[in-house]
Design a protein around this ligand. Structure first.
Ligand SMILES: Cc1cc2nc3c(=O)[nH]c(=O)nc-3n(C[C@H](O)[C@H](O)[C@H](O)COP(=O)(O)OP(=O)(O)OC[C@H]3O[C@@H](n4cnc5c(N)ncnc54)[C@H](O)[C@@H]3O)c2cc1C
Length: 487
């Protein structure tokens, strides 16, 4: 499919003209349409699917926000903007965007209030267990590696994952219902089953301005003019096998599973590239080994094909996932049977049992691991657990517990049955206000991007925290919407 732009002068009839055209009615698109409208722009939003939502609707809609949100304060956490900033800059590594992280840290609390004003409900409570999302109707949860090495001693931690006030893992549909209603309550033109195909520019080359959009709807190609700007909020590219092979082959290694909506095919990124935008960080993504709950599995150790540990197991599941795929396979999670708990009913991991044993030697034999390797690893780990000091990998005392058997090992090797999901974190390079940048680093006039079409705050799989994608998508969508409206 060609995404090449067409020239304004070649448009015979404009179907309609608006100040701002938004591509994609997921989390980023809805929020950018609302903000553009509330800042005085006339707005139309185009969604390829037959309803709003995209991946945001499939998600838990957990939002990573801090710096003293209403819920954090109500529960008694004293979180600071500087601790959020420090943690996000550090965990997103050298590719972190300081301006975006600064805006997100400073604006996180106000963003939650804005969502609450739209009607998104949050209970003033905390879910204190180690889990990927709150499994009750509680709100606050630790969703990154804040309490784990290497971050725990550097930044004061607080729970920043905000789960909606809804029983269980049902945040996405409720979140999308509320933001969809907020769009519908405004005089915004909504086009469903309308796929944006190409951008329209006033000229080709560096002096170009993006002035519209070609859209396929009702089996026709229609031409929409944008007086102020086009905002690309079309999600990422995890469902585009060709793009994944080209940009992120490591992320899409065999045995891991792409998650997202079927339109996560990179159309927004491709439209940006077609007018000279630069895409950055395209190799990066979230890659999870969702092994908790049950939290007791954190007492176990991950070992690779040599029977060696490779990470502190109290880190965020996405950080562990990124380290896991770099190991020599197989990779096992070795536990005391007593910590297996309700794994079979509570876990998303679905890793099969690879072996059991009364002794380490028995287990090593069933796993076909070099038994001296596994014995040495477990002896070293047990000494660390007894002393409360894991010198090798710095697992916190809270989760250190000797492995005394009887043992069970779960097979977490990619391709062996475990569910190891991934999605992308690369996208169009933008300013903090969503203006798309060219390969030369200049603003492309009239073009904006937000959510996973852009490269935002979350930039590394090994530093990812749950909630930072919906958090960033809705936050960046709002900034792009406002900027396009006031341009
Ligand atoms: C199962 C699951 C659970 C997750 N849980 C969380 C979580 O709890 N917290 C978190 O932060 N992240 C989570 N994520 C990730 C997160 O949901 C997404 O990264 C985020 O919602 C992306 O938002 P977006 O607005 O950029 O894209 P989307 O919400 O996917 O919206 C993009 C929209 O654009 C439309 N579109 C695409 N191409 C076109 C086109 N050419 N024309 C018109 N429309 C088009 C799509 O149909 C889609 O509706 C989860 C993801 C999954 C799959």
């Amino acid at each position: 499919m060609s995404f090449s732009p067409i020239l304004e002068k070649d448009v015979v009839t404009w179907t309609d003209k608006k100040d701002v055209l938004v591509v994609g009615f997921g989390g980023a698109g809805a929020c950018s349409a609302i903000e553009a409208f509330d800042n005085g722009a006339s707005v139309a939003i185009f969604e390829a699917a037959s309803e709003s939502g995209g991946s945001t609707k499939l998600s838990s809609a957990e939002l990573y926000l801090g710096g003293g949100t209403t819920v954090q304060k109500a529960v008694g956490y004293d979180d600071s903007v500087e601790d959020v900033y420090g943690y996000l800059m550090d965990s997103n590594g050298p590719q972190a965007d300081a301006a975006k992280v600064r805006a997100y840290a400073e604006g996180g609390a106000a963003h939650l209030d804005w969502l609450m004003a739209l009607g998104v409900p949050f209970k003033m409570s905390e879910y204190p267990q180690r889990a990927m999302m709150a499994l009750t109707d509680d709100c606050l949860l630790y969703t990154g590696s804040e309490k784990a090495w290497p971050y725990v001693d550097k930044y004061k931690h607080a729970p920043r994952g905000h789960n909606l006030y809804v029983e269980g893992d049902n945040g996405g549909p409720l979140f999308v219902k509320i933001i969809t209603e907020a769009v519908e309550q405004r005089d915004i033109d909504i086009h469903i089953e309308a796929r944006a195909l190409r951008l329209i520019v006033d000229a080709f080359g560096p002096e170009q301005r993006v002035v519209g959009l070609v859209v396929r709807e009702d089996m026709q190609e229609r031409y929409y003019r944008a007086n102020k700007g086009v905002i690309l909020c079309a999600g990422g590219f995890v469902m585009n096998a060709e793009m994944m092979q080209q940009y992120a082959p490591e992320l899409a290694k065999a045995g891991t599973v792409p998650i997202g909506n079927p339109n996560d095919t990179g159309g927004g990124i491709q439209m940006g590239l077609s007018v000279g935008a630069r895409a950055i960080n395209m190799h990066e993504g979230f890659l999870s080994v969702p092994f908790y709950p049950p939290a007791t599995l954190t007492h176990g150790i991950f070992v690779n094909g040599q029977g060696q540990r490779f990470i502190n197991e109290d880190a965020y599941h996405g950080r562990i996932g990124c380290y896991l795929v770099r190991q020599t396979y197989p990779v096992y999670l070795v536990l005391n049977v007593e910590d297996y708990a309700d794994y079979e009913t509570a876990s998303w991991l679905a890793a099969p049992v690879a072996g059991t044993g009364e002794t380490v030697a028995e287990l090593a034999e069933e796993l076909r691991l070099p038994d001296s390797g596994l014995i040495d690893t477990i002896n070293t780990y047990n000494l660390a657990a007894q002393s409360g000091n894991d010198e090798q990998f710095h697992k916190s005392k809270e989760w250190l517990k000797p492995l005394t058997g009887p043992f069970v090992a779960l097979d977490c090797t990619p391709g062996a049955g475990a569910f190891l999901p991934h999605f992308t974190l690369g996208g169009l390079d933008t300013t903090v206000d969503g203006q798309v940048l060219s390969v030369q680093g200049d603003v492309i006039s009239g073009l904006y991007a937000a959510g996973r079409t852009a490269c935002g705050v979350p930039r590394r799989g090994d530093g990812y925290a749950s909630g930072s994608s919906v958090g960033d998508a809705t936050f960046s969508g709002r900034r792009a919407g406002r900027q396009a409206a006031i341009a």
